[in-house]
Design a protein around this ligand. Sequence first.
Ligand code: NIG
Ligand code: FE
Length: 416
Amino acid sequence: METPLSEKNDTLFVNCHLATMTGNTLSIIEKAALAVTGKNISWVGKQKDLPDNYTSKCRKTIDCNNGWILPGFVDCHTHLVWGGSRSDEFEMRLCGATYEEISQKGGGIFSTVKATRNASNENLFIRTSKRVDALLKKGITTLEIKSGYGLNLETELKMLDVIGQLNQTSPLQIDATFLGAHALPPEFSDNADGYINFVIHTLLPAVRNQGIATAVDAFCEHIAFSPDQIRKVFEKAESLGFNIKLHAEQLSDSNGAAMASEFNALSCDHLEYLSLSGAKKMAAHNVAAVLLPGAFYFLKETQKPPVKTFRALKIPMAVSTDLNPGSSPVHSMTLILNMACMLFNLTCEEALLGATINGAKALGLEQSKGSIETGKDADLVVWDIDTPSDLCYLAGLNPVDMVMIKGDIYHNDLND
Ligand code: NIG
Ligand code: FE
């Protein structure tokens, strides 16, 4: 697990440019300086305007060599804890099998459920920490991780416990989401209502009691659960004080987003088949749209999410990896930025806002994360790029020079 490279918390960045991500734009400040005091950003502006007391000797000064500082990426939708591998299914899909066919034959999510049930807590923790460290080195500083590969009491709690341990031991803020209604487990085959009752009466109270998950998610789809079934889960989740979010309209239009909006969900995610009326409901309830181009790409989908409608209705668009072993084994936010532009026609500015401030909105963390503003957490990445759009354009490169989380440096390639 990463440990800070420097114990000194007061840092001054000079010779840098900033994309602060405020006011729904990149909000660029060229020839800038940025000061960090303790865990927070304490000054942001043009270097020539930097007050004298910010250059005092005790402060560690970092020369960014004209690099760009952006807020650390907020990856608001992942399934990072999993056992086993689905590379065999990847090869099956290359030969023409579809995600739904594999799922209907007991593969897909079910094969990961089997492997995750069989994995020890320790093994899951070690494997997932490596994934977290890899993401940190690529500029992700806040992460959401879902359960949902257990689908029984023991393994759902085990997954959430691993997420809780990661949040304690890794520098990233990691929010845990309970995704019990992800797929129908074999114990309840042909009895979806029975499983929904089990989620409501057994899993949800136990997850609340465990105290790690802050949100409840579900998969609303013909291969998973109906809006009526999920509504019952959300009613209980809401009464227990959880935030709500939903995998909605990924493979067909089930009207899930409209239902989740009635619970004032933080976000609805995927949304390729979202209808105009569903989008209007999301707008009316301030629900963020989380776009997941990695799953669209890996499943060779053709129906794109209604980006023009999101723009017209001013629905914040977040962009996330959806990192999981089946539909989106993509371990790179910059690659996802490229896909968001190339596959969903986002502008570079929209994609970058999606991976920062709108990702924070999708987690309800916009007060502390996702933009460069005084008082916010000093979660910052220095990039060796000529312009912010390089992060969308230079596909496959990882031009990270430095990663700071809450004022501590965890990765540093700058010769300071
Ligand atoms: O976000 N849509 C459902 N859940 C995941 C896929 C999980 C899996 O295939 O293992 C998703 O794409
Ligand atoms: Fe997902």
